[in-house]
Design a protein around this ligand. Structure first.
Ligand code: COA
Length: 595
């Protein structure tokens, strides 16, 4: 089928559906919902059998839904209606939530239901629920809806009209406002979570109004509302029954940054993370636990066990495997983040283990350079240069590890340099639903580094490498495995993937031929080095990057500025809007399904 995606943006859910439906053999073209005439034109050009709206903020024009089957993916349970659906579900403490695929009609979210799915709610940020539970449920519901199309066409099946709940309003800042005197930690977190990553909670810090993001429970107490200190670049603020850590904020007219990057006052607060015992990563709690776990959990939801040593990086060990977690906000890895991770990695390398597993974060493995920090720097070109060099240092340390076998285990999506960072390890595993964007060009024709010119072709071949970089399309884990980008994709959900990763990593460490595998890896590395030294790859890549950062063409700086500032799209990129390709012709078939 030809399916037109009508969407506000090519966001993670839209990308996942694109990957899944393409794999099923459908032809997908994308049009951003910019205005009604553009939408009408897209429909005329593509003549779709179906229009799918994975992420829409406005109603579909009547002339279109009357003539075509238009299915809307609504992030709410059956009968739920209106904007801010997930925000309300979090704030209202719903125990179960869901996704409904419904047909567009005159009244918003009121059309008959084609398919629906539910899931248990988890105490997590809205963006995390959206990238995990909502996305998985949406994939299942859209597939179910599509499977009903033949019967619908044959007139043997009709979508169901359902009793509707009252339409909820768009959530306002007043609904999210934190009462620091009275709200307990769980309430504060629900308010922060339901607003993360957009629009944040309006509050104030150091006497200045700002939006708050990235809240986590912190094991401390104090006078409610009081700023108790800092932890890394975030601040710790007392609630009615405990404390929360707030990692990011945004002031009027500014961009989202670590709190310490916005307010110099943070540096004057007392550091609440233990910095001396021991002074170096990998952040031991002090000696081995009875269960052999050395690491300290990050600030888990509601968890007060363990003293966090680094807000983003934790290390743990089990049997002969070291696990390095790095959960940087939005997967963005700035210069200091890369340096901290490198020293944690070096320390992990000193341990008497056999395998090191790079786990990234739960929502993102990595998204490469921290574009927000670069944008906010005094000199974005200089900060870009420092950041890419710090990233390359980290990649080199992983590539040249001769003491361990290394594994990248992608629990969440990876983009740009973050996807190539994953390839620095000997084995690359991913959760089945992970989406990869292993290309740089969308960021103003950025050339990219992270030793991709060495890592990518050796995995997928030269032609495929060029195609991946040129096409700028998301890759699903399954097809990435087929082409050799990944070694394996497994696990239906996060917990399943983590458990299986641990089992496989341990099996790798205990393999009878472990020593042989390590020798073989080192032999291959030496051979590759003799053929072309890593330093040469890096120098070549960086020569292009230097031009991107300091050269005459400002495309990278312009693209980054728009990305960070979230400039609305004014057109759909041609590589997504297939129907706007000059060479594209409607295949001669029987045409549309009427509505
Ligand atoms: N630096 C800073 N912030 C980043 C980031 C980066 N490299 N990559 C993503 N983010 C932020 C986004 O701004 C967004 O912020 P929000 O919390 O304010 O909404 C959030 O992470 C989620 O990103 P979004 O683009 O909405 O997610 P997605 O799943 O739809 O798309 C990517 C994922 C990776 C395709 C997209 O984020 C992207 O292109 N990132 C830039 C990658 C890049 O060019 N890196 C630099 C070169 S190495």
């Amino acid at each position: 089928m030809r399916i037109l995606f009508l969407t506000h943006a090519f966001n993670s859910l839209t990308q996942r559906l694109y990957v899944e439906l393409t794999a099923l053999g459908h032809e997908i073209s994308i049009e951003f919902d910019i205005n009604d005439s553009v939408t009408t034109e897209a429909v005329e050009l593509f003549r779709p059998h179906l229009i799918l709206a994975p992420y829409l903020r406005r109603a579909i024009p009547e002339a279109i839904w009357r003539e075509h089957v238009c299915l809307i993916v609504h992030p709410g349970i059956v009968g739920d209606r209106g904007p801010s659906a997930l925000d309300w579900a979090i704030l209202n403490g719903e125990k179960e939530w869901g996704v409904t695929v419904l047909q567009a009609e005159a009244e918003m979210d009121a059309g008959p239901v084609w398919a629906s799915e539910t899931f248990p709610m988890r105490a997590a940020k809205k963006s995390s629920l959206y990238r995990n539970e909502v996305t998985e449920a949406a994939v299942r519901a859209v597939q179910a809806a599509l499977s009903r199309l033949p019967d619908y066409r044959a007139g043997t099946w009709q979508p169901q009209s359902v009793p509707l709940r009252p339409m909820h309003a768009i959530m306002q800042q007043g609904n999210r406002a934190i009462d620091w005197e009275r709200d307990a930690t769980a309430t504060v977190l629900a308010k922060l979570d339901c607003a993360d990553g957009f629009p944040g909670v309006r509050d104030s810090l150091f006497g200045r109004t700002c939006q708050l993001y990235d809240g986590r429970a912190f094991p401390a107490r104090g006078r409610p509302g009081e700023l108790l200190g800092r932890a890394g670049e975030g601040v710790v603020r007392a609630t009615a029954d405990g404390a929360v850590w707030i990692g990011h904020c945004k002031v009027e007219g500014g961009i989202k940054l670590p709190v310490g990057g916005v307010f110099p006052e943070v540096a004057g607060l007392e550091e609440m993370l233990p910095t001396t015992n021991p002074p170096q990563p990998p952040f031991y709690k002090g000696g081995s636990d009875s269960n052999g776990i050395l690491g300290v959990p990050p600030f888990e939801k509601g968890g007060t066990g363990g003293i966090p040593m680094d807000p983003d990086i934790t290390y743990e060990e089990s049997a002969s495997v070291g696990y390095l977690h790095f959960d940087f906000y939005n997967g963005a890895m700035g210069t200091a983040a890369c340096e901290r991770l490198l020293s944690a990695y070096e320390a992990a390398r000193q341990r008497p283990t056999k395998v090191i597993v790079l786990l990234g974060g739960a929502d993102f493995f990595s998204n490469g350079l921290d574009l927000n920090r670069i944008e906010a720097a005094d000199s974005p070109p200089d900060e870009s240069w420092r950041n890419i060099n710090a990233m390359d240092d980290l990649c080199r340390a992983i590539i040249t590890t001769d003491s361990h076998l290394t594994v990248s285990a992608l629990r969440g999506n990876a983009g740009a340099g973050g996807a190539f960072l994953a390839l620095a390890a000997d084995r690359v595993w991913a959760r089945r639903g992970v989406i990869l964007n292993p290309h740089y060009k969308n960021m103003g024709n950025l050339y990219g580094s992270e030793y991709w010119s060495y890592l990518l072709p050796r995995r997928v071949g030269v032609d495929q490498a060029q195609a991946i970089l040129r096409n700028r399309l998301p890759l699903g884990a399954e097809s990435a495995t087929t082409m050799g980008f990944l070694d394996e994709a497994f696990g239906e959900d996060l917990a399943g993937f983590e458990a299986e990763t641990r089992r496989r990593a341990q099996a790798l460490a205990e393999a009878a031929d472990f020593a042989e595998q390590l020798r073989e890896k080192n032999r291959r590395r030496a051979e590759d080095e003799a053929a072309k030294p890593l330093e040469n790859c890096r120098a070549e890549e960086l020569k292009h990057m230097q031009r991107n950062f300091y050269g005459f063409d400002p495309s990278y700086h312009v693209a980054r500025h728009h990305f960070v500032g979230k400039t609305p799209h004014s057109w759909t990129p041609r590589h997504l809007a297939v129907h706007r390709d000059l060479g594209w012709v409607v295949p001669g078939d029987s045409g549309e399904v009427s509505g």
